[in-house]
Write a protein that binds this ligand. Structure first.
Ligand SMILES: C[S@@+](CC[C@H](N)C(=O)[O-])C[C@H]1O[C@@H](n2cnc3c(N)ncnc32)[C@H](O)[C@@H]1O
Length: 247
């Protein structure tokens, strides 16, 4: 009887936590995020995606070479910054002092949990606002900057994500980005196309996104763009597009 009452109390408490409205900054453990930000999948592919893939990304994108790029991409960010593909918060330590708050968008609850220590060590509060860069739950002309590091490869419709970036940026606001994508060499492109399906399954990323064409079609004004093979990275995943664009 006592056990049953305790069990019922525990279930009620869990239900209350699940139904509670989202609170800001660190209080989020994402139980009330929309759409794909869920954890209950029991199929092996779902389990891999939710639990292993974010850990794999956290490890492979946390290298010192990636850190150098992150510092460059985050330099100059100010005010209210929306980050699409927040992942495990690997950009958090590189946010300049002028950043007031980060609005985070990512479907992975595990990725967000992996960011806990980085958030705790950072003076910049993080508010999770959604799980899909293609449909940002943010008003028009709202943020000072948008940050994206290796995110367009993971979004099903990157053109839609860039339309959203433009919509939510205040006029003159800046998009800071580094993406990997379509290489300039035919042989590398052939390898990108051969590896696309396997890579998508393993990392969630498409290898041959034409980032230049996507930017040109986005309505954003490209202010700076460097394209290069990242040192030490396998060429099919290592052709980077790094720069700034203005709304
Ligand atoms: C290659 S990882 C990069 C993570 C992070 N930006 C970084 O630099 O470490 C791609 C990220 O995109 C996220 N993602 C996948 N689909 C997405 C979507 N529709 N909207 C926003 N993010 C998405 C994944 O969960 C993952 O965290």
């Amino acid at each position: 009887m006592v056990d049953e009452a305790l069990d019922l109390a525990a279930r009620l408490a869990a239900a209350r936590r699940l139904l509670a409205p989202c609170r800001s900054t660190d209080a989020q453990e994402r139980s009330c995020l929309p759409g794909p930000a869920r954890e209950a999948s029991l199929d092996p592919v779902g389990l891999y995606r939710e639990h292993l893939q974010p850990r794999l990304l956290n490890a492979t994108l946390g290298t010192s070479a990636a850190t150098v790029v992150r510092r460059r991409v985050c330099a100059g960010l100010v005010g209210e910054v929306l980050e699409i593909g927040y992942g495990s918060g690997l950009n958090q330590p590189h946010l300049p002092a002028g950043v007031r708050r980060v609005l985070a968008v990512d479907p992975s609850a595990t990725g967000f949990r992996l960011s806990a220590r980085r958030r705790a060590a950072s003076p910049v509060p993080v508010l999770v606002v959604g799980g899909d860069a293609q449909a940002l739950p943010v008003p028009d002309d709202h943020v000072d900057a948008v940050l994206s590091t290796w995110n367009l490869c993971a979004v099903a419709d990157p053109a839609a994500a860039l339309r959203e970036v433009r919509r939510v940026l205040r006029p003159g606001g800046l998009f800071h980005f580094v993406e990997h994508g379509l290489a300039p060499d035919d042989e590398v492109v052939r390898r990108q196309r051969r590896c696309n399906a396997v890579n998508k399954g393993l990392t969630g990323c498409v290898l041959d996104r034409d980032v230049r064409a996507l930017l040109d079609g986005s309505g954003l004004q490209v202010l700076a763009l460097s394209t290069y093979y990242a040192e030490g990275a396998p060429k099919p995943a290592g052709y980077f597009y790094e720069g700034r664009a203005r709304a």
